[in-house]
Design a protein around this ligand. Structure first.
Ligand code: FAD
Length: 415
């Protein structure tokens, strides 16, 4: 067995793969087109959340999505376009959004979330908590009776997976957030969830990997591959050729673009989201919270506060739709009316591209076309939550070990 691994993509998935592969004794190279200082893995909401055990493709989501499409300030948008990959993705998503598929997909998603939650704690213990990890739990807050009913049903479902929850009324939520006014009907607290500063997490991993001898080949774009039979022998980039023994594709929303160069088709769309970070907030939140009626995520990060949301399926692009980003702010103010923050100017709004699979489960596994290829991507809204487990599973796949949990459900060739 060769002890050399090349990883394409230096997002949180690529870096966690590098972390576990290096620990297992591999000589690791990460090829990254940027410099690992920004991107989707940096500005996200920072949740490591086993509470999110229901995949995106679930019953009712298509009808809800169609209703949202009618409003320019809703949390969901698909840019209408005649694109074969988008149409294929949408058709598959629609087929997956049913009760039977959901029932099949919840247990494997729960398994990988639980494993990753535990491993993220181990990473903190090993590298030190340089990324403001806090094990405070996360609120699902609601204003309407319909959302309350749905969230309480979810809390009951969570109990089946031994996930502890606390259902709280408005006064109880307010008592836990004494510094700001909270205007809600109630909420469900998931004590198992934790949160951290994702940018600091990435910087901690980057520093550790560099010290441990992992080669970070930055500002280098992969443009092609060399193959011999069913073995990938080299990665071609704009900075030259890199021989490779084992290859891990972890290129996030660009997974289909890179895999296509290997003749491997991956069904995936980018889902753009925004976040806004307020520094040194005078009266900050004590708990992270998802404002469920508005689909807004609130995360206190030490003295700072981040709010994020929206899902725009509009391709691999960067324009910021200010109206939708401001709807995040308005959503936050509807829940916390006296929160001391102002509308964020456009130039300070961050965006990231979530790599979305049509069923909400990631792609983690070998690809049958090659004998030295592992795919690790499509983590959608859960990339940070699932990064540690993905890294560990990828190391086990590369090493041809029995994986800690069954990875069948994450087969990258399932569509
Ligand atoms: C607003 C928002 C909030 C979110 N909140 C959370 C949260 O609270 N918790 C959670 O778990 N997840 C959250 N997510 C999702 C999470 O951020 C993503 O799932 C995760 O960052 C994906 O990581 P990745 O490594 O797969 O992709 P990326 O971070 O995008 O990394 C892929 C890397 O591959 C590189 N690459 C691409 N093509 C090439 C090429 N040809 N050559 C070289 N390099 C290449 C890219 O430059 C990029 O750096 C959120 C996302 C958004 C947008």
């Amino acid at each position: 067995m060769s002890k050399q691994v090349t990883i394409i993509g230096g997002g949180v998935i690529g870096l966690c793969c590098a972390f576990y592969l290096q620990k297992a004794g591999y000589e690791v190279t990460v090829i990254e087109k940027g410099d690992i200082t920004d991107g989707t893995s940096f500005g996200n909401a920072g949740y490591v959340s086993p509470s999110h055990f229901v995949p995106l493709a679930s019953p009712g989501i298509v009808a809800q999505g169609l209703r949202w499409m009618l409003s320019s300030t809703s949390p969901f948008y698909i840019k209408p376009r005649l694109n074969v990959d988008l149409i294929k993705w949408l058709m598959t998503f629609w087929k997956q959004a049913n009760a039977q598929t959901l029932q099949r997909n919840v247990p494997p998603l729960n398994d990988i979330l639980q494993l990753s939650r535990e491993l993220t704690g181990d990473i903190k213990n090993e590298l030190g908590n340089h990324f403001r990890m806090q094990e405070a739990g996360c609120f699902m807050l609601y204003k309407s009776a319909a959302v309350e009913k749905h969230e309480i049903e979810l809390a009951k479902e969570a109990a089946q997976f031994k996930i502890d929850t606390r259902i709280l009324n408005a006064q109880e939520v307010q008592a836990m957030e004494p510094d700001v006014q909270v205007d809600v009907k109630g909420g469900v607290l998931y004590p198992i969830d934790c949160h951290l500063h994702p940018g600091d997490f990435m910087r901690t991993l980057k520093t550790h990997l560099q010290k441990a001898g992992v080669k970070l080949q930055l500002n280098t774009t992969v443009t092609g591959f060399e193959k011999k039979g069913n073995t990938i022998t080299a990665v071609i980039t704009d900075k030259g050729k890199f021989n490779c023994s084992q290859l891990v594709l972890a290129s996030g929303s660009w997974l289909p673009v890179v895999s296509e160069k290997l003749g491997v088709s991956i069904l995936l769309q980018a889902g753009k989201g925004y976040s806004m970070t307020y520094e040194n907030v005078a009266r900050n939140l004590r708990y992270p919270a998802i404002l469920v009626d508005k689909r807004v995520a609130m995360t206190p990060m030490g003295p700072d506060l981040r709010m994020g949301g929206t899902m725009e399926i509009s391709g691999l692009n960067s324009p910021i739709l200010v109206k939708r980003a401001h709807a995040i702010y308005n959503g936050a103010k509807a829940y916390y009316p006296d929160l001391p923050v102002d509308v964020m100017p456009k130039e300070k709004i961050w965006y990231g591209l979530r790599p979305l699979t049509p069923d909400g489960l990631p792609y983690i596994g070998n690809h049958s076309k090659y004998n030295n290829l592992v795919i690790a991507g499509g983590h959608a809204m859960l990339g940070l939550s699932l990064a540690a487990a993905t890294g560990k599973l990828v190391e086990e796949l590369v090493s041809k070990k029995k994986t800690t949990i069954d990875v069948k459900a994450f087969n990258p060739e399932r569509f």
